[in-house]
Design a protein around this ligand. Structure first.
Ligand code: ASP
Ligand code: MG
Length: 390
């Protein structure tokens, strides 16, 4: 079997944890599998590197940020390969560009365009475990890029597709996907199975277990994602007791609540102008709409916009009105508009929890509200109680 495993930052946060990962990879290799391992940067390394850059300048250029933060994954890939070799396992580490991850040139938030994993194939043929630095790639112009926060997931899924892997396993400090963030909602329940379509909605709306672009790749390439907890022992079938398997054809209907911090609402009288500005400034939008009166509105997530003050100033100068930073809370599920009861319940439960709602977006798969950041936790708990548990 050919397996791609991805280990998140918390799984490689210390040398001890890295050793635990090396043991798990060695076990998979000794079972006879071909193994490609994608690693994130150790612990909070990426945050620390960004903070370091901001100490040098309040608005570092995105290209230089990419040069900086991409080093985080290089550290963990090399250390893991050293740990593998210390365990008598033949291994080699590769950067994103050596792995053939070709991306757009949108620095700090690049998209994978193509994967050419020739060197990985060669080394697998030689019997080696290949360790790949996640979250990074190279543009056609040979510039180093990164894939947006949490982008190591995307590396793993894209590689699994390009290598024709039998399985893509995503390891983190949680044993799969839950109906809400368990740190916020105490009675969040584990979802053993999930349709990729719903997982994508959840990821886009802020669920941190998996990166949205990764899920998009999984859908496009028909890859099943196994989300697992690092250190949970696997049985003879290679599966741990608890995990979430997300597949395109899973019929499991899930309802889940997500929360996304740091969003702003933009409003302009000319949608063409707004769209052109967002593209030029490289600011992504969660959604864009135009009402009957021609007023254009967009919800903008700021996670992958490292130079927001500059972008905001440019938007305001062009006549775009901007809200303060808020949170975006959502209920994700099937047929949320068709049965007609969900939206009224959604609104009522927020009102009963005294959560002030600034904007609402509703689609068949997702009901969302823009709320004050201070109300995000209360909103998530209220929505979970009313629409997931209730
Ligand atoms: N290290 C990067 C981040 O913290 C990528 C990742 O963890 O997947 O966002
Ligand atoms: Mg990380």
């Amino acid at each position: 079997m050919r397996i791609v495993q991805k280990y998140g930052g918390s799984s490689v946060a210390t040398v001890e944890k890295l050793g635990q990962v090396a043991d798990m990879v060695a076990a998979a290799r000794r079972r006879g599998d071909d193994v490609v391992v994608v690693v994130s940067a150790m612990g909070k390394t990426t945050d620390d590197l960004i903070a370091l850059a901001k100490k040098v300048s309040p608005e570092p250029a995105r290209r230089e940020l990419d040069m900086l933060v991409s080093t985080g994954e290089r550290v963990s890939m090399a250390l893991l390969s050293i740990a593998m070799q210390a365990r008598g396992i033949d291994s080699i580490s590769f950067t994103g560009s050596q792995s053939g991850i070709i991306t757009s040139d949108r620095h700090f938030d690049a998209r994978i365009l193509e994967v050419r994993p020739y060197r990985i194939e060669d080394e697998l043929d030689r019997g080696k475990v290949v360790i790949v630095a996640g979250y990074q790639g190279m543009s056609e112009k040979k510039e180093i890029t990164t894939l947006g926060r949490g982008g190591s997931d995307t590396t793993a899924v894209a590689l699994a597709a390009a290598l024709g892997a039998d399985r893509c396993e995503i390891y983190s400090d949680v044993d799969g996907v839950y109906s809400a963030d368990p740190r916020v909602v105490a009675d969040a329940s584990h979802l053993p199975e999930l349709r990729l379509e719903l997982l994508q909605e959840m990821a886009e709306a802020g669920a941190k277990v998996l990166n949205a672009q990764a899920v998009e790749w999984a859908r496009r390439s028909n890859i099943a994602i196994h989300a697992r907890k690092t250190g949970d022992s696997v049985g003879a079938n290679g599966h741990p007791e608890k995990q979430t398997v997300a597949r395109e054809d899973a019929d499991a209907r899930a309802r889940a609540v997500t929360g996304l911090g740091r969003v702003v609402c933009a409003s302009a009288s000319d949608v063409g102008l707004l769209a052109a500005l967002l593209t030029e400034l490289r600011v992504p939008a969660l959604d864009v709409s135009v009402d009957d009166g021609g007023q254009a509105r967009a919800v903008l997530p700021l996670l992958n916009v490292p130079d927001w003050p500059r972008c905001e100033a440019a938007l305001v100068a062009a006549g775009v009105t901007m809200s303060e930073e808020r949170s975006f809370v959502s209920v994700v599920g099937d047929g949320l508009l068709s049965e007609g009861r969900s939206l009224p319940m959604f609104l009522r439960s927020l009102r009963d929890a005294n959560v002030m709602v600034h904007a609402v977006r509703a689609t068949p798969l997702r009901l969302s509200a823009v709320v004050a950041t201070s109300a995000q936790g209360d909103a998530e708990r209220a929505l979970h109680a009313a629409l997931v548990r209730g």
